[in-house]
Design a protein around this ligand. Sequence first.
Ligand code: SF4
Ligand code: SF4
Ligand code: SF4
Length: 311
Amino acid sequence: MKNLNRRDFLKSTALGVSAVALGATSVKGADKTLSEDRIGILVDTAVCIGCRNCEWACRVAHDMPTKELESYSDNSVFKEYRRPDKTALTVVNQFENEKNPLLPVYVKNQCMHCERPACVSACIVGALTKQADGSVIWDDDKCIGCRYCMVACQFQIPSYDYDKSIDPHIRKCDLCFERRKKEKLPACVNICPNEALLFGKRSEIIQIAKNRIKRKPDEYIDHIYGEFEIGGTSWMYIAGKNFEKLKMPPLGNNPAPGISESIQHGIFAYFVPPVALYALLGTVMWITRRRNGENDEENILKPHDEKGENK
Ligand code: SF4
Ligand code: SF4
Ligand code: SF4
């Protein structure tokens, strides 16, 4: 029998998860019929080396231009904080490591695939759907370009291809839905050279994250970002410094959809114009963020010196 190294083992296990979870049907944004085997992806920021291969692989996997990627070895890109947009579904940013300036902290960002996605609740035509496997995808044929999802998302993720004014398309991470249908790992996970991205069952990913934190309390703060934030997310993070300092919003644990959904439906019952809905949704999100308050995690800093478990 062929010997499997650790990376191959993790890949085969993860592909099994993907295949099982993709027996997926779409579920309402706010109900509880998600698969117990739904997907989770851990971003271990203590392991990420900021190579940005994930950015490149994501673009290739989604037929997006990769010309700029020739400059990916140019670290000047890290001078400015970047957000995912229509040209890049995922981006990596660099943050200062106060304990060891020679080892910056890198954080990959993309759609979080919320357990209770506000974007799905805000979508008035059902173009965005939460799948039982945990991914949040959309149907271009249903999308009317209203962009309520952009307003509703607390991570400011959905973007639009404004160049296509007649037939606009949502742009965001789709958790590589098409690749996973073919039993392939998400492109970013597949290419990550340092196993900073770990793909598997959400429940198991959380346990792995807990184990890493427990084993190296000097390296990680005791917080898995995304385990509970706004009701939980599919992408989760562990880090050695307070997540606010990594520009991860302090959202608290209350899901946003309940509020945006009820207000939105009430408004439409009375035919309030879209511009008013934009304003109201924006106000709701502002209030929600304020209500959820700030996360006062302890800020423990330490550069990574080795990878996580399963060595
Ligand atoms: S991060 Fe934003 S776009 Fe992604 S699932 Fe959550 S609400 Fe939707
Ligand atoms: S899961 Fe796929 S779409 Fe999402 S960031 Fe990774 S490569 Fe891009
Ligand atoms: S490919 Fe992996 S190590 Fe490289 S930047 Fe992306 S997450 Fe970090």
